[in-house]
Write a protein that binds this ligand. Structure first.
Ligand SMILES: [Zn+2]
Length: 152
C-alpha cells in the first residue's frame, strides 16, 4: 500500500490497543499534502483551466466515485513535473488530478467505455438527457450551437 504524506498513521503511542510495531492507518482521507504550498488562487486557476476534471481519468469533481461507496470524486493538485525532479508549485506545473489517480489507483480503474458503447447509451437516453449531455459537451469544449441555415 502506498502511504502518502499527510496520511494519519497511528502507533502504539497513540492507541493503547496497538502493540509496538503495529500501525493503524486511521483514515485514507488524504490530507492535502501540498495545500500549504499552493495558494487558493493558484488552485482555483488550475481547476478552472482544467474544467474541474481529472486530467488523468476524466472524472469530474462531484462525479460518483468509480471505486464505489457513496463517495464522490474529489480533485486535488497534481504536479506535471514531479517535485522530486525539480517541479515547482506554480500553476504552470499543476493540473487537476482526482484523489484516486493521485494515489496511483487509476491502473485499477474500470476501462473507459468505447465510443460505440457510449453512443448507444446516449441514443437510448431521453431527449432531455441527450440535450443535457450536449450542453455539457458544449460547455466542456467551450463551443456553442449555431443552428443550420442561419442567415449569414
Ligand atoms: Zn482521476
Amino acid at each position: 500500500m502506498l502511504i502518502k504524506v499527510g496520511s494519519q498513521i497511528l502507533t502504539h503511542r497513540d492507541r493503547a490497543n496497538l502493540k509496538p510495531n503495529q500501525y493503524l492507518l486511521e483514515t485514507i482521507e488524504r490530507l492535502p499534502a501540498f495545500a500549504r504550498d499552493i495558494s487558493k488562487e493558484t488552485k482555483a486557476q488550475v481547476l478552472e483551466r482544467n474544467g474541474y476534471t481529472c486530467q488523468m481519468c476524466g472524472f469530474g469533481a462531484g462525479d460518483p466515485d468509480p471505486f464505489g461507496g457513496n463517495r464522490t470524486v474529489r480533485l486535488t493538485m497534481g504536479h506535471i513535473l514531479d517535485k522530486s525532479k525539480g517541479g515547482n508549485d506554480s500553476a504552470n506545473n499543476l493540473r487537476a488530478v482526482c484523489t484516486n489517480c493521485n494515489e496511483g489507483l487509476q491502473n485499477t480503474a474500470p476501462p473507459k467505455p468505447d465510443s460505440i458503447h457510449l453512443k448507444s447509451q446516449v441514443r437510448r437516453a431521453t431527449v432531455e438527457d441527450q440535450k443535457f449531455v450536449l450542453d455539457w459537451l458544449l460547455q466542456k469544449f467551450n463551443l456553442e450551437v449555431v443552428p443550420k441555415g442561419k442567415p449569414t
